[in-house]
Design a protein around this ligand. Sequence first.
Ligand code: C2O
Ligand code: CU
Length: 475
Amino acid sequence: MTQPSRRTFLTGTASLAGVALLPKALFAGADLSVLRAAESTAQLAPAGYPRTPVWTYATEGAGTVPGPEIRVAAGSRVQHRLVNDLPQPTAVHWHGIRIENAMDGAAPLTQAPVPPGQSFDYDFVAPDPGTYWYHAHNRSTEQVARGLAGPLIVEDREPWLGEPGAASRELTLVLDDWLLDADATIVEDRWDDLHAAAHGGRMGNTVTVNGNANPELTLRPGERVRLRLINTATARIMQLDLPGLSPRLIALDGHPVPPRAMETILLGPAQRADVVIDAPLDPDWQTTLLLDPGNDEWVNIATFAVSGESLTPAKADVRPLPAWRTLPAPVLTNPQRETLLMEGGAMRGMREAVYRGETMDFRELASNGMVWAFNGFAHGMDAPMFRAAVGRTVHLEMTNRSMFPHAIHLHGHHFEVLRRSGAFNMPGDVRDTVLIGADETLEIAFVADNPGVWMLHCHMLSHQASGMMGWFEVA
Ligand code: C2O
Ligand code: CU
């Protein structure tokens, strides 16, 4: 499953027999636009603080956080040559894209991480419209926390923007969370902090919107705007409020939902929500984007200022997004039943789990950096959690037997929420990442229609690194 990076391959063996196994991108190579991962700096903290050393993506010029917005038409190809100028091996994962397995960037399962100074060509179809993102998928606790994340937008298949009841403009808001020192440098010595990993993960202390602490965003009076909200934080669940802007949800993780009014918007790590807002007609009106850090003390993370010439307000009913029509519906008459039991963490722990083929007690697991398990396996990469035949519906019952919420992500597929015991999800929602609260059970179903080996993990990256990682195979 693991394949050498292309350059290693070419310099290693020049065997023509191997060429047919290489992705087509090799032959299109020369005109691939570069996506460079490199060290840079960014003004994350408010003016007056120094710039923060970060790791960035760039398609041209200097790297930025978030990385440049990549935008394609639905059904067309994303083509980028990752050039690794970082001091560490890396790989890019295209989160939420129902992608060809070899392009998934899930190191080391679907490719070897790309060593410093080398490159890898990503070339794949983005089949479904919506709001996605890309991020590093090697040593993710560190690499994503250092800034390696950016928005990936797949445009609507039919015109929506500007149609009656739709928004006249859209705005991508990448929400991130950074753990900064007093001099605005990233705290670097706690990537594998086991105490944090056994709790809610390595939490930050500075929330940014598009890479800035508390930016001001402008709305025209009466304007209807589509917000594409993306939570790229490594651990922080973001509960958001948009007072006075009557937010209505139109998509979750890229997939359309019938428009629904929301009091607050909940985004676990890696989740996305598309939301329509209406600016009031009074010029000089102002409101804030509020975040609840978990203690009900809402903090201001961005300001919306209304100014400029008024627009005629759109009619009250929000136009739904065009349906995907690309996702097969699960067949629930006789699905393949699988379960996912999450155990571990502080205050609950687990008696034992298997790590690298050995049964260990909690203490021994912790001494190996493991504090979580899926179905009794900590970081169970030796064998798949399950195998499904191509086209088979999988019914997965996920139970969280820990004291912490988790954001479970399946690679290569979107799934439907069937039933849940908690308040986080609505039956019928289609997602690629789902929040499961303490002691909750969630049933999901999906058609395993994408051949390959696919990771299944918690997107609280400290949890992922300390045991909440596995994979399944579709063949
Ligand atoms: Cu967004 Cu395996 O991750
Ligand atoms: Cu978790």
